[in-house]
Design a protein around this ligand. Structure first.
Ligand code: HEM
Length: 452
């Protein structure tokens, strides 16, 4: 079987600094140079196959998904997330996903809408106290806002306490993660992510803090909940969940799951909103249309869950924002056994990377791929496209469990922001991308506020 084109082993080593500096530029360059299926030799005789083709993405994530496990890159996250849904594998993952899935049913998600809008209104009230033209860092603001939302959804009233201090601790863990996976030793040494480097020790401190906070919240809730009725939030739902044999979840599992939702559910949505606000300030026509839609649908009142389906342009704008800046910019799998991708051999243990960032800019599927055009996401335009030309939430059985939650949240938050403010990027500032776990702004997105 043929090999896919790509750099030689020596070239790949020479290119390593490029990969570490800016993975997005590197993977885009590889694709431009070698095509939409590229082979990159890795240390110890291993290899990476990089593809931006929707049909091959579908094979890896869906039709032959049994042959693909999550890649090693996820390993450092298991230190914090344990056997939570994002990092777990095998039968235990299957059981867990079956238990948790009903918590993300439409009806349950819609019930979080008032908390989402309430959090956004509070943030807008804070902005309203600033003078017109004041500058806020939208990256930081969206991060705080979505942490507030996920905190309310997970712990509701408990948020006003410890949970607010979790932001900086999560930040420390994520920063440490990226340092580990970018270190060449990570590819060479099996348990490098556990070495007691200063970076690891810092992360361990933050992890311990996060675990203590979550444990306290669980214990408090167990005491309160004795004999209580309704399930107010995800913590209540996790406490009430029972497996096929009627057993409740183990304490450790509840904690891992809460931690996972906290991490997976906050930065991703924050980045989707921050990049979208940036794009809107560069595309005033799309913004005018957005303001007109929000004003018509909401008529000045707070948004509700039932408005979301009417906010068609708002949703298209966000989808286009996530096409250009997919928060989960990379998805990686490891082949369990040999496979074949369009005549190219995939040996066992190869890493197959299907980065949404590249797939979303594949010119065979997206005319003018670099251009911002929300029309692509109006219903008629979506109909003719390959299902896997767009995968912000992944695909197959490991696809994002929080996709519905995230879309509802981002539509309601964006509508609430646009209803009250117009934001413009501070002239001369060039936001840059940072590929951490998510695709985030490296140097902030400072924007001037103008009340509407
Ligand atoms: C714009 C926001 C979001 C984006 C772009 C996003 C993206 C993704 C992607 C691409 C995956 C699959 C990763 C893979 O296959 O390797 C994933 C998994 C996951 N996401 Fe999200 N996510 C978002 C919001 C959320 C929210 C709000 C939650 C929870 C409240 C959440 C919880 C999870 C969990 C638990 C998994 C693991 C699912 C499993 O493997 O069973 N995500 N997410």
């Amino acid at each position: 079987m043929a090999n896919a084109p790509g750099p030689t082993g020596r070239e790949a080593i020479r290119l390593l600094p490029r990969l570490r500096e800016n993975p997005l530029t590197y993977i885009s360059w590889l694709t431009r140079t070698y095509g939409d299926l590229v082979r990159v030799p890795l240390p110890r005789g291993n290899q990476l196959l990089l593809t931006s083709r929707p049909d091959l993405v579908a094979q890896v994530l869906v039709s032959n998904q049994d042959n693909y496990a999550k890649a090693r890159t996820y390993q450092p996250l298991t230190e914090l997330l344990g056997r939570g849904l994002l990092t777990n594998e095998g039968d235990s993952w299957t059981r867990q996903r079956r238990l948790v899935q009903p918590m993300f049913a439409r009806r349950r998600i819609d019930a979080f809408a008032p908390a989402m809008v309430d959090a956004a209104c509070q943030a807008m009230d804070r902005w309203a106290e600033l003078d017109t033209g004041s500058v806020v860092d939208v990256a930081e603001e969206m991060s705080a806002l979505t942490l507030d939302v996920v905190g309310r959804a997970l712990f509701s009233s408990d948020l006003s306490g410890e949970a607010q201090r979790m932001g900086p601790a999560l930040e420390t863990v994520l920063t440490a993660f990226i340092k580990v996976v970018r270190n060449p030793l990570f590819m060479l040494v099996p348990n490098y992510h556990r070495w007691p480097t200063p970076n690891r020790l810092r992360a361990r401190g933050a992890e311990t803090h996060l675990r203590t906070v979550v444990d306290t919240l669980i214990t408090q809730r167990r005491t309160e909940a004795a004999g209580a009725g309704d399930e107010r939030d995800l913590l209540d739902m996790l406490l009430a969940a029972r497996d096929d044999t009627g057993r409740p979840l183990a304490e450790q599992q509840i904690r891992d799951e809460l931690m996972t939702f906290m991490l997976a559910g906050h930065e991703t949505t924050a980045n989707a909103l921050a990049w979208t606000l940036l794009l809107l300030s560069r595309h005033p026509q799309a913004r005018d249309r957005l303001e007109a839609e929000v004003d018509t649908v909401l008529s000045g009142r707070p948004a509700t869950a039932s408005d979301a389906s009417k906010l068609e342009w708002t949703s298209a704008v966000l989808s286009e924002g996530m096409r250009l800046y997919p928060p989960a910019w990379m998805i990686e799998r490891e082949a369990k056994a040999v496979d074949e991708l369009d005549g190219v051999e995939v040996p066992a243990h190869s890493v197959v990377a299907t980065p949404p960032y590249l797939v979303h800019r594949n010119p065979d599927h997206w005319p003018n791929p670099e251009g911002f055009d929300p029309e692509r996401f109006l219903p008629d335009a979506v109909a003719g496209r390959h299902r896997f030309a767009y995968l912000p939430f992944g695909g197959g059985r490991r696809q994002c469990i929080g996709g519905g939650f995230a879309m509802l949240e981002s539509v309601l938050l964006l509508a609430t922001i646009v209803q009250r403010f117009q934001l413009d990027l501070v002239p001369g500032h060039q936001p840059e991308t940072l590929t951490a776990v998510t695709l985030r702004p490296a140097n902030g997105i400072p924007m001037a506020l103008r009340p509407r």
